[in-house]
Design a protein around this ligand. Structure first.
Ligand code: PDD
Length: 290
């Protein structure tokens, strides 16, 4: 097995050190592009079609043509994962509006997109490790108005995440006019009296693949859930709180802004959803540890 990370750049596989981009790429100068992060368990990508659908939606939203079919992407990404040794990994995909010789803001007349992907080994946390829980704080929403697009322009998220980390927390919960929207790198759920709540889809938050997957599991197992606005008061009264993301599927939150959530431990609904999620992963002969 090679220890060298292999990347995919504009139709070629090559060592990451040899994957060079022009400084005139609009992804670099304007953050003019979109991306995806896809989990891989035991050599197999999880929810790949949903990630590719969202990639295409992001591209459509920024008025770019999807460069490849799902079939072609699947072949490229499977090959990439194999070249990087299979096992548990995460894949990063980025598509930008290509090179712009004179830094004009308007789109080039002929767009040749830059298409990049790379995958890295990943040690996914076990259930016992996740159960320890994380601490989060509120951060003020400083983003633009199209937060459903998974844009490569991540500066607002970087700044809000840094603010939370510098204050000693694991994640920041983005608050806008008294309502919680999502984390800086995750979606948000709370549980109250046996019902799961998550903010409804809108242009104010990313429509997380893990979020949808968990709601699908709740639906399938007849666990009551609602997509509704979550106020700061709701957060403080929650019996459980979790954040979700592809790279850290369901993390229980045990403290919000110094206030203990529930009894300060991962709750029973988290326990159940974790088992259901891990079960799905294992069913596909994958390896999220229990
Ligand atoms: N981010 N909301 C935001 C702002 C995010 O950045 C992410 C994930 C999510 C969760 O989406 P999903 O379930 O599809 O991973 C929600 C990724 C992991 C990242 O940028 O690294």
């Amino acid at each position: 097995m090679t220890t060298q990370t292999i990347a995919f750049l504009n139709d070629a596989f090559l060592p990451i050190e040899e994957a060079h981009l022009s400084p005139l790429d609009r992804g670099f100068t304007f953050g003019d592009g979109v991306y995806e992060v896809i989990p891989v368990y035991n050599g197999r990508s999880f929810c790949l079609d949903a990630h590719l659908d969202r990639l295409n939606q992001s591209l459509n939203s920024i008025r770019m043509q999807p460069p490849y079919s799902h079939e072609k992407w699947t072949h490229i990404l499977d090959t990439l994962v194999k070249k990087n040794g299979a096992g548990d990994q995460w894949i990063y995909v980025q598509v930008t509006r290509g090179i712009e010789p004179k830094r004009e803001h308007q789109f080039p007349t002929q767009v040749i997109p830059t298409i990049f992907a790379v995958s890295y080994p990943k040690v996914y946390l076990t259930k016992a490790e996740q159960a320890k829980g994380i601490r989060v704080t509120a951060v003020t929403d400083i983003r633009w108005k199209l937060c459903h697009i998974k844009t490569a322009s991540r500066l607002a998220y970087v700044l809000m995440n840094q603010e939370a980390k510098e204050a000693g927390f694991d994640e920041g919960i983005i608050m806008n006019t008294g309502y919680a929207l999502e984390g800086t790198i995750s979606n948000l759920f709370i549980v109250r009296h046996g019902v799961i709540y998550t903010p409804p889809k809108s242009t104010q938050l990313l429509h997380g693949i893990t979020r949808d997957y968990i709601l699908g599991l709740a639906e399938q197992h007849k666990i009551p859930y609602r997509e509704s606005k979550i106020s700061e008061r709701d957060l403080l009264k929650a019996d459980e709180m979790w954040i979700t993301a592809s790279t850290r599927p369901i993390s229980p939150v045990i403290e919000f802004n110094g206030h203990t959530i529930g009894n300060g431990k991962a709750g029973p609904m988290w326990d159940r959803l974790w088992d259901l999620y891990a079960g799905q992963v294992n069913n596909l002969s994958m390896s999220v540890s229990n």
